[in-house]
Every structure is written in structure tokens, then in C-alpha cells.
Write a protein that binds this ligand. Sequence first.
Ligand code: UDX
Length: 435
Amino acid sequence: MKIAMVGSGYVGLVSGACFADFGHDVVCIDKDPGKIARLQAGEMPIYEPGLEELVRRNAMSGRLTFTTDLPAGISGAGAIFIAVGTPSRRGDGHADLSFVHAVAEEVGQHLDHPAVVVTKSTVPVGTGDAVERIIADSGTKVRYAVASNPEFLREGAAIADFKRPDRIVIGSDDEWARGVMSEVYRPLFLNKAPIQFTSRRSAELIKYAANAFLATKITFINEIADLCEKSGADVQDVARGVGLDGRIGSKFLHAGPGYGGSCFPKDTLALLKTAEDFGSPLRIVEAVVKVNDSRKRAMGRKVIEALGASDVRGKRVALLGLTFKPNTDDMRDSPSLAIAQTLIDAGVEVTAYDPEGMELAGPMMPGVAMMKDAYAAIEHADAVVIVTEWDAFRALDFARIKQLARAPLLVDLRNVYEPEDMRAAGFDYVGIGRG
Ligand code: UDX
């Protein structure tokens, strides 16, 4: 089947390349000519493990092409995916749907054959109805249906998540649309990926509810970690003991500096707005957002406290890892931003190293000295802080760190190391939730 993917950002590009890999004929469309030119030249606009190879292979085979021309791109496509951004609207946290609506209008103006229009962008419940109206209002004469098909990709593991999903959610009551979507995802059914057909509104809500639940799980264990610190328990053991209960599960119970990224912060806010609009408040999610926001600055204060001086002006702190999680260059809402700012506000000199994130981080953290590797960042530091658990920081050379740093102090915001091992290596060690 021919598939059109409107929007060649994170979701559109990964989904488009994976659909092509399944044997579909995919056109990725984007308004940004620079992005399309780079993609045509085989250059990736984002860092995602395995993506460059996947795109190259499918582009070479002719199954994956790129264009800025929407009318040509959607021509003959049986499924037209909308995968454009839905950023937080400035001021109120609502999802900004202007890109989604603009695509719906353009699709409506140019659609000249039967097709299913599928929203893959994360959109508030009821958006599918609006998309359907916009297409109808633009005067199209052909048969079409609007379905919702949320994506659950994690950055850094997006290709594996697409190819081996926990589930595929298709929101549409239209039998014809369900048939077309079954055809689109047939290669995954053959792998026995569970597929859930549901109403469009339920599908839209599933995505937000899933993200809010995961954000809640993380925030819950983060607060338990604070309690562990005060009460002499170890959150690593508590999380393991809790997670072994099959009803709870061990995933997303890793305490840390707070969640960041392109989805959880934005989607939790947008869900709160939707809940408010429907007069059905979500008080747990409200608390999660507040607790997570304040945690990021609290992590900066934790580092200051670990420095142990009443006046930390002129002290030097090395941040290892800046991205909101490993295996991405994404800096959106990363805890490192608030941590660095809190340190700088207290008069601390901050150096940093990140394997992939420094190009994007540089302009966002003007007061931070970006260094060429971890050890250059650590030189003369009074404290080393692990902010993001990149593999490169899992086997640091502590003898070398002792020589380079001014003091052997490790603040491990991801609990990568064991407190006893670090003490044996002669370090003062501060982890998360390790009382
Ligand atoms: C998330 C969802 O997992 C994905 O399904 C959705 O489509 C998009 O949002 P992503 O933002 O890529 O994916 O990252 P994820 O791996 O979920 O991590 C999000 C944040 O939570 C990161 O800041 C991470 O460090 C933090 N986290 C995650 C924890 O602090 N503890 C955990 O146990 C898990």
C-alpha cells in the first residue's frame, strides 16, 4: 500500500521508515525544505540509534521517498498519516493543534481518491472530530475516514518499539477504515502484536492516560526515594520489592532527577487542560506535574548541599550527561537545565559533557562550559554529578577522577553506582534515595 506521512519529525520519520521496511511504499512529507534536502541526502535531522541505516536501506530500495509537495505526496495513498508536532501552547499548556488543523485542511483540498486520514500526533480527545469537519468543510468529494493511531515510541529505542510494540491502538468505528489500518499493520499482526480496535475518542485518550500513568509511576518512586533518604531505607531495594508484585511491575520505578523529554511534561499538561475543559479534574496528575517540576531544582540544591560549604561561590561542578535520558540528543525539559541554573545562581562554576547532547544544550545553557569529554569536564571539579545514565558513564576510571578532581565527591542522580563500592574507592557518594 502507498502510505503518506505528513510531518517528518521524530514520530513521522521513524514510523515512515519502519512502514517502508515492512514493504509499504512510503512518502514522508515535510514543509521544511532544509529537512527534506538533508533526508534526501541521507542525513538524519535527529539522533536515533539505527535510524540512519534504516532510512538509507529503504531509500535505496525506492520504498521511502521525501518531498515538500503535499498534493503529490498524498496522491494515491491509501493511508495518510498526520504526524506533525502538537507543542504546548504558550501560556496555558493546551496542545497547540494549529499544525494538525493546517494539514487536515490541505489534505481536504487535495484529496481526490478514497483514503483513511490517520492522526498519529498526540492530540486531545475530540481532535479527530475536528479533523473530520475540517476535511468535510474543504469540499472534498471522495470517500474518507478519520482514524486515531497513537504512537508509544520511546526516544533511543524507537525502532524496536515500533517493530515490537506492546500493542497497536486503532481508533475508528468505520469498518472500511479498520480494514485499511489492518492492511497497514499486517506485518505486525503476523508477529502477534496485540491490536486494539476502539472508538476514536478512546484511542486519543489512551495515549494521554498511558503517558500520565507512567509519569505518575516515576514521580511516585521519586517521592518514596526522598522518604528513603530521611528514613534510612534504600530506594533500589524498595523499588525492586514493590516492582516484583505482578500487579505493579518493575518498569518505570527507577528513581532519578525527575522526568523530562518531549512527551511526559507536555502531555501531562495538555491532559490537565482537557480534564479542566470537560469539568473532570485529574488531581493526581496535577500533583505529579507540581512534584516533578519542583524536583528538578531540588536536585541542584542537593548538589549544593553535598558540596558541604555554606558558601559555594567559586566551587566547580562537572555535570555528566545533559540530555533528558541516554541515547538521544533531545534536551527538551531535561532536568540538567534546572540543575545547572540552580548551581549557577548559587555562584558555582559548571562544566559539562554529554555524548550527543552538547550541540543542542550549548545555546540553552549559556553559563555552562561544554568540554570535549568526561575527564576534561571533571578536571578541578569539587563534585562530579551523573545527571544522565549514558553507558559511557557506567565504568568511569575513578583513579583518574581522583587525580583530576579537586575533591572525590560523586553525586549520582541515576543510582548507576553502588554506595559501598564508591566508598571503597575513596569517594564521598551521594545517590538518590539511599539513606
Ligand atoms: C515516553 C513514553 O515512554 C513513550 O511511550 C511515549 O511515546 C513518549 O514518551 P520518552 O519521552 O522517549 O518516551 O522517554 P522515556 O524512556 O519514557 O523516559 C521519560 C523520562 O522519564 C526520562 O526523563 C527518564 O529519565 C525518566 N524516567 C523513566 C525515570 O526517571 N525513571 C524511570 O523509571 C523511567
